[in-house]
Design a protein. Sequence first.
Length: 233
Amino acid sequence: MSNHQKRLSVPKSWPVERKTNVFTVKAGAGPHGKEGVPLVVLLRDVLGYVDSKKEARYALSEDAILVNGEPINDEQRPIGMFDIIAFPGREEYYRVFPDEGGRLALTEIDEDAAESRLGKIAGKQQVTGGDTQLTLHDGTNVIVDDGSEYNTSDSVVVDNDDKSIVAHFPFEEGALVTAIRGNHGGKIGEIDAIDITPGSGPNTVGVSTDDDGFETIQEYVVVIDENFTGDDE
């Protein structure tokens, strides 16, 4: 199987130029599905810290790069929305966050903020023993004793060390959200209204912003806290 990906066919969320070289690196197996960006693309094309996959492999072999608190040894490891990338030796920490248009970008954060990450609840189910398993947007599973307060489309903040939930943001009117895809990708505002669509159609949300506002489908927004926008830096 080829390790190359044509630039013209990469997801719109990838932060790469499409009309320079023909190919870029293909993402490996892992979280975020097809939307995940290979780590080497961020290191080379966005940050400029390496010039090649070989240099990326060397940096990773030195445990110089952490993703969500864990050392990574695969330069093709998919990176996606709300992941935390840390360079302890440089004392540099970044959160992956959608910018205008929905392309993934790196927002610089401080060391304390890098100790946890945001996740959107994509599903929940009861597991053996009575606990509840929450499945996040990137496929990560988090186990909680009581799942009654958590619902799909809510967001949680997960500690990178012990994987415990340290904050919970319900999906409700008045919640601060960011659009992650669609025509309004990257915009931030508060939910004005949640419209439940009968049948199999997607639910929609109305979002107010500093400019005007927009309407999009529920799947395209994620509840966030103001500390996760980068505005507090």
